[in-house]
Design a protein around this ligand. Structure first.
Ligand code: NDP
Ligand code: OXD
Length: 313
C-alpha cells in the first residue's frame, strides 16, 4: 500500500512533506522515489502524464489536486476508480475574492481609468450603482454559489445559470440550454465558473457575447473567465473587445498556458490578465483534506466530493 504524488507544474516535494507528516506510517511516494505501481492504492494527481496510471492494478481512488478535473477526464487511460476533487473553503473564498474584485473593477470602470492615467486624461465617468448592474454567473456549484451570495450581499443584481434547476434566495436562476439566451439577455457582467466539459467547451464565443445586455454598464458588457481557457474562443474575445461587443474582460485562464507572448490579448488595454491564480489549491488545507480522505476511506467510510464521470465534473 502507498500513495503516489504525480503533480505537474506544482511543488511536489512540499506536498509530499506535508502528506508524510499528516500520514505517519502510511507510505507517501514521489515519482523520483521509484515505486512498484501495483503497490499504489491512491494517486494524488495534477495534469497527469500519459503513462501516469500504468500498471496500477490495485488503485482505490484518484485524488485531484484541482477543483477542476478536466485534464484528468481527458486522460486516455484514466482508471475506473472513484475520483475525488478538491473542495475547500479557503479555495472557495479565494475565488470569490477574485470574482468580487474583478466585478467591482469593471463596474467602477478601472480599466478605462488605467488607460486614461497612461494618457494623462482627466475624464469623469460616473458608473451606475451596483444595484443597477446585473452579474450573470455561469455555474452555480461550489464556487459560483459562493460568489453569487457575496455579490448579492454587496448589492449587485445577481443571476445564475446551471445545468439543473436551482433555487437560490435573492438570485434569479436559469437552467439548461433552453434558458441560456434569457440569462444572457439580462446579464451585464458575465462570470464563467463552469467546469470544462464537451458541453461547455468554447461557450464564451462571439455568439454568446452578442446576446449580452447592452444596459447601464458604460461601454457595454464585460466578460470575466476564471474557469478554464477551453471555455473561451480567444480570437472572438479579441474581436469583441476591439469592435465594442465587449467593453472589457478579465481573464485568468487561457487556451494555451502560459499565454503566448504573441497573443494580441496582452496589448488590449481593456483586457485584464492574470496567470491562472484566481484560486490556487492551498497546501495547508489540501494536506489536511486529502490525508483525512485517505484515512476515512481506509477506515471504511465513503469518499466525498466525487466526480460524476457521466457528467464529466
Ligand atoms: P462544481 O462542479 O461545484 O459546479 C459546476 C457548476 O457548473 C454546477 O452548477 C453545474 O450545474 C454547472 N454546469 C456544468 N455543466 C453545465 C452545463 N453544460 N450547462 C450549465 N451549467 C453547467 O464546480 P466548482 O464550482 O467547484 O468549480 C468550477 C470550475 O472552476 C472548475 O471546474 C475549475 O475548472 C474552475 N476553477 C478555476 C480555478 C482558477 O484558479 N482559475 C480554481 C478552481 C476551480 P449543476 O449544479 O446543475 O450540476
Ligand atoms: C483548479 C485550478 O481547478 O486551480 O483547482 O484551476
Amino acid at each position: 500500500m502507498a500513495m503516489l504524488l504525480h503533480l505537474t507544474d506544482v511543488n511536489e516535494k512540499a506536498w509530499a512533506d506535508g502528506l508524510r507528516a499528516a500520514l505517519p506510517g502510511y507510505p507517501v511516494l514521489m515519482r523520483s522515489d521509484g515505486y512498484d505501481p501495483k503497490a499504489i492504492h491512491y494517486i494524488f494527481a495534477w495534469k497527469p502524464a500519459p503513462n501516469a496510471f500504468d500498471g496500477m492494478d490495485n488503485l482505490k481512488a484518484v485524488f485531484s489536486l484541482g477543483a477542476g478535473v478536466d485534464s484528468l477526464m481527458q486522460h486516455p487511460a484514466l482508471p475506473d476508480v472513484p475520483i475525488v476533487r478538491f473542495v475547500d473553503d479557503e479555495l472557495t473564498q479565494c475565488m470569490s475574492d477574485y470574482v468580487v474584485a474583478n466585478v467591482m473593477m469593471h463596474q467602477r470602470l478601472f480599466t478605462r481609468y488605467t488607460a486614461h492615467q497612461k494618457a494623462k486624461i482627466w475624464s469623469q465617468l460616473y458608473p451606475p450603482a451596483s444595484s443597477e448592474i446585473s452579474v450573470g454567473i455561469m455555474g452555480l456549484g461550489t464556487l459560483g454559489l459562493d460568489a453569487a451570495n457575496k455579490l448579492k450581499s454587496i448589492g449587485f443584481d445577481v443571476l445564475g445559470w446551471s445545468r439543473s434547476e436551482k433555487e437560490v434566495e435573492g438570485v434569479d436562476t436559469f437552467a439548461g440550454n433552453d434558458q441560456l439566451d434569457a440569462f444572457l439577455a439580462r446579464t451585464d457582467i458575465l462570470v464563467c465558473l463552469l467546469p470544462l466539459t464537451p458541453e461547455t467547451r468554447g461557450i464564451l464565443n462571439m455568439e454568446t457575447f452578442k446576446k449580452l445586455r447592452r444596459g447601464p454598464l458604460v461601454g457595454g458588457p464585460v466578460l470575466i473567465n476564471a474557469a478554464r481557457g477551453g471555455h473561451q474562443k480567444e480570437s472572438d474575445i479579441v474581436t469583441a473587445l476591439r469592435d465594442g461587443t465587449l467593453a472589457a474582460a478579465s481573464l485568468d485562464v487561457f487556451e494555451v498556458e502560459p499565454l503566448p507572448k504573441d497573443s494580441p490579448l496582452w496589448e488590449i488595454e481593456t483586457c485584464f490578465i492574470t496567470p491562472h491564480i484566481a484560486a490556487i489549491s492551498n497546501e495547508r488545507s489540501g494536506v489536511k483534506y486529502f490525508a483525512r480522505m485517505l484515512l476515512d476511506h481506509e477506515a471504511g467510510k465513503p469518499l466525498r466530493n466525487l466526480v460524476d464521470r457521466a457528467r464529466g465534473y
